[in-house]
Design a protein around this ligand. Structure first.
Ligand code: BTN
Length: 154
């Protein structure tokens, strides 16, 4: 390989690294990167881990309400993914799944983070709560749908 080819290779590699690191910095430092503690209008609290470079995150969810009144709630794990397609670091969309550790159900949330004029962030979400049907005939009855709005606690 000629020395000009080697130089071109080095430049291209450096540019790739700089853009990769720059993108990751934006994801970590920007508003709406999701990491932290959030509370919704029902009083449920979720805590989200730092995101990796592809927007993947994990966390825990403590719900104040349940579909059946005899359930005793326990903090439950969640995993999700923030969309990082555009360079626009605000107003990103995301999805996450909570796997309830005290009931035979899971909830998937999809939503978008919005930055208010005063700089505060709000997560507008829509969820599907899937319970377990005793028989396939009862399958139709086990999906609830709703919305939640989360604001940051820290
Ligand atoms: C269950 O009842 O089987 C598990 C708990 C479900 C809690 C739901 S998920 C959607 C809504 N938002 C909350 O914060 N809690 C309820």
């Amino acid at each position: 390989m000629s020395s000009s080819n080697t130089r071109l290779g080095t430049v291209l590699l450096s540019l790739t690294l700089i853009s990769w690191i720059g993108g990751y910095e934006c994801l970590v430092n920007s508003k709406c990167n999701l990491e932290g503690k959030w509370k919704n209008e029902l009083g449920s609290i979720m805590t989200l881990s730092p995101l990796d470079k592809n927007g993947f995150f994990t966390g825990t969810y403590h719900t104040t309400v349940t579909a059946n009144s005899n359930l005793v709630t326990k903090e439950s794990p969640l995993m999700g993914n923030l969309n990082v397609f555009t360079a626009d670091t605000q107003q990103r969309v995301f999805g996450f799944l909570v796997n309830w550790t005290f009931s035979n159900s899971v909830t998937s949330f999809v939503g978008q983070c919005f930055v208010q004029k005063d700089g505060t962030e709000r997560l507008q979400t829509t969820w599907l709560l899937r319970g377990s049907a005793a028989t396939e005939e009862d399958n139709w009855s086990q999906t609830r749908v709703g919305t939640n709005v989360f604001t940051r606690l820290n």
